[in-house]
Design a protein around this ligand. Structure first.
Ligand SMILES: O=C(O)CCC(=O)C(=O)O
Ligand SMILES: [Fe+2]
Length: 362
């Protein structure tokens, strides 16, 4: 491929645009009119995302309080497909450490961050590392953010060359946070299985020791025209579940309400975790639980960082609706698909701003 043809595949980082103090976002970042966040902003949710007390949820079989918490979880899963979790057992100081270490990485000089670049030889894209999303088409609209993607598990698949060396404690805090966040994922998946009257371990049993845990750390820098761009395009998450650590000072995440087609602000709560249902769960629950479509808006003044952790499945695993949920009047709504094929489709669709799960519906 000629060099001139290739240049569009490696756009400037938002870090570079911000450093150059551009007054207008380059056209590649400007969304089509119907897709712009505009100046008005989204509405606050008529019914906010439920806040689930994890300690209470753990006792859901044995206490009235627990039953109440499980009912809240059911309502969260039926409405927004996302919920906040408190009393989750991760120390506030560890959450702050993860957030601060991530910010510190993004504040490193560009040369330091480029040591973790997601480009091989400066041009060939790979998912892991620091940089832009993969650019698959010249007219692809880019997000006003830079990202760091890392595979944390399986341990023997960690590509440590892509992990930040600065700040030095980045690795330790991320690993400690992963361990603790995994326990939360287990409790939630058991409660979800119980809500569907499946074996408590039905969802957990889908994970083999090859199931990946990946992290995406998003860096949203201020934008001179937040009405024209998006920090993160509309998408639903891959994987079974995603847990999200968001900046407590800035509410910028929005979720689409499929019933009225409107975007709603997702509230933040200090030291809570936001849990999103991923596409794999939508398929396994045969659509009882829906993975929410969400996006992030930009703003003129404040920087924002978020840390998203995704629980995936073994690449060879077949994702399919749970057999016990299917009967004559309730046939499978999704085609069976191998995780690796789903993931290949995911990146194709993600670049175009469409959803791979829509192509799996029967
Ligand atoms: O930054 C956020 O709040 C959301 C990030 C997100 O949706 C993602 O990384 O998949
Ligand atoms: Fe997401």
């Amino acid at each position: 491929m000629a060099a001139a043809e290739e240049a569009w595949r490696v756009p400037a980082l938002v870090h570079e645009l911000a450093a150059a103090a551009v007054h207008e976002p380059p056209s590649r970042y400007v969304r089509h009119e119907h897709d712009r966040p505009g100046l008005v902003g989204a509405a606050d949710m008529p019914e906010p995302v439920p806040v689930i007390d994890l300690r209470r949820l753990m006792s859901s079989l044995s206490t009235a309080e627990g039953t109440q918490e499980a009912a809240k979880l059911w309502s969260a899963l039926q409405s927004w497909g996302m919920f906040l979790v408190v009393n989750h057992g991760i120390e506030a100081s560890l959450m702050d450490d993860v957030m601060n270490a991530s910010k510190e990485f993004f504040h490193q000089p560009l040369e330091e961050k480029q040591k973790c670049s997601n480009l091989v030889d400066g041009k060939r894209f790979q998912v892991e590392g620091y940089g832009n999303d993969q650019v698959k088409a010249q007219d692809q609209i880019l997000d006003w953010s830079d990202r760091l993607n890392l595979k944390v598990e399986p341990q023997d698949e960690r590509n440590l060359a892509k992990w930040p060396r600065h700040p030095e404690h980045f690795r330790d805090v991320l690993l400690e946070y992963t361990l603790k966040s995994k326990k939360i994922k287990c409790i939630i998946l058991q409660a979800m299985a119980r809500l569907l009257e499946l074996d408590d371990d039905y969802f957990l049993n889908q994970f083999s020791d090859k199931a990946p845990v990946t992290v995406r750390i998003n860096h949203y820098l201020p934008c001179p025209r937040p009405d024209l761009v998006l920090g993160f395009k509309p998408h639903s998450d891959d994987g079974v579940l995603a847990t999200l650590l968001v900046d407590k000072n800035l509410c910028a995440l929005q979720v689409l309400n499929l019933k009225d087609g409107m975007w709603y602000n997702v509230p933040t709560k200090p030291h809570s975790l936001l849990v999103n249902i991923g596409d794999f769960m939508e398929v396994m629950s045969n659509g009882v639980f829906k993975s929410p479509v969400h996006r992030v808006v930009a703003n003129t003044a404040k920087e924002r960082v978020s840390v998203a952790m995704f629980y995936g499945l073994d690449p060879e695993h077949e994702i399919k609706p749970a057999a016990d949920l299917l009967h004559d009047r309730q046939p499978a709504k999704y085609k069976e698909v191998k995780t690796k094929d789903y993931m290949a489709g995911f990146y194709e669709h993600f670049a175009r701003g469409t959803r791979v799960i829509d192509s799996m519906k029967m």
